[in-house]
Write a protein that binds this ligand. Structure first.
Ligand code: PMP
Length: 303
């Protein structure tokens, strides 16, 4: 990965190579910590953070769900995040705030430990590759189920939940695919390892309801953009065969942005490359992210 200069840790800016934690840090051992993934895009008016407020709200909601009392307020963290981008002099970057249980007692009850926070910012290009972003990716239905809703709470970005995503992602990559698509415990289509799914059938967009998936902020952006472009968008329970016979499909996510899917389980989706509606929505998405559509300027926090 590409390094930046400084990482913010509990109010201090430390050199990238010195941003270290103790091996017995509670979250590192058991996974109860919360994080966000946010992007900052370069615009004609300088760098702008995409949908910062929604990401901060989700971070603090994740903390509530995980029963972590953040050691910084949302306002303090917002200021720290902007400052961290500025000191690193980055025009475009990925931003990863994390709130976690620190070093103190080891054991499964974390609440006697300090709560710590950190913000890393670093350059990160197309998560699923530039080629995937333009021509589409190949996807495998995972042999791993997405979390059962009473085993893990999918509205929170809790560090430990991502072991499930990592298992699914490794399985997909090691079998020659670009990404995994997980089904829920009832066998309905849920989401990618770090993305929400959309399909298009007869020019109508459909995406699984947020019951078993993360309420993605890019998912919401794609829905708003599609409605602005006069498409019908519906939340609908989907089965894997409904996805196989879709006209088009794409993933959304802060890292993945809006990535077309060209095939699933070796079955070409529609024309087997980026479909026309997906292309149109992807173009509109990048226009919005880069401040080129005045209808969506309120999504941007200029720094
Ligand atoms: N699902 C999962 C499991 C994720 O980790 C992510 C990435 N945060 C998403 C969906 C997409 O969410 P967002 O668009 O808010 O990044």
């Amino acid at each position: 990965m590409e390094k930046s200069d400084k990482i913010w840790m509990d109010g201090k800016l430390v050199d990238w190579d010195d941003a270290k934690i103790h091996i017995l840090t509670n979250t590192f051992n058991y996974g109860l910590g919360v994080f966000e993934g946010i992007r900052c895009y370069n615009t004609a008016k300088g760098p702008a953070i995409f949908r910062l407020e929604e990401h901060l709200d989700r971070l603090y909601n994740s903390a509530k769900i995980a029963s972590i009392k953040p050691n910084f307020s949302k306002d303090e963290l917002r200021k720290a995040l902007i400052k961290t981008i500025k000191v690193n002099k980055l025009k475009e970057c990925y931003i990863k705030p994390i709130i976690y249980y620190g070093y103190g007692e080891i054991g499964l009850y974390p609440k006697n430990n300090p709560v710590n926070s950190a913000i890393s910012v670093y350059p990160w290009g197309a998560y699923l590759g530039a080629e995937g972003l333009s021509n589409g990716i190949s996807v495998k239905i995972s042999s791993f189920s997405r979390h059962y809703i009473n085993a893990a709470m999918t509205k929170a970005k809790i560090c430990g939940f991502y072991a499930n995503s990592q298992l699914a992602k490794m399985e997909a990559i090691e079998n020659g695919y670009d990404e995994a698509l997980l089904l829920d415990t009832e066998g309905r289509v849920a989401e990618g390892s770090g993305e929400n799914l959309f399909i298009i059938k007869n020019r109508k967009l459909m995406t699984p309801p947020v019951l078993t998936v993360l309420d993605g902020i890019t998912r919401d952006s794609a829905m708003q953009i599609a409605r602005y472009k006069k498409y019908v968008v519906e939340e609908a329970s989907l089965t894997r065969d409904m996805v196989y016979i879709a006209d088009e499909a794409f993933f959304t996510g802060t890292a993945a942005e809006l990535t077309p899917i060209r095939e699933i389980d070796k079955r070409p989706i529609g024309i087997g490359r980026t479909g026309p509606v997906t292309k149109e929505l992807q173009e509109e998405f990048f226009k919005a992210a880069k401040g080129k559509n005045k209808n969506f300027l309120h999504w941007l926090t200029f720094i």
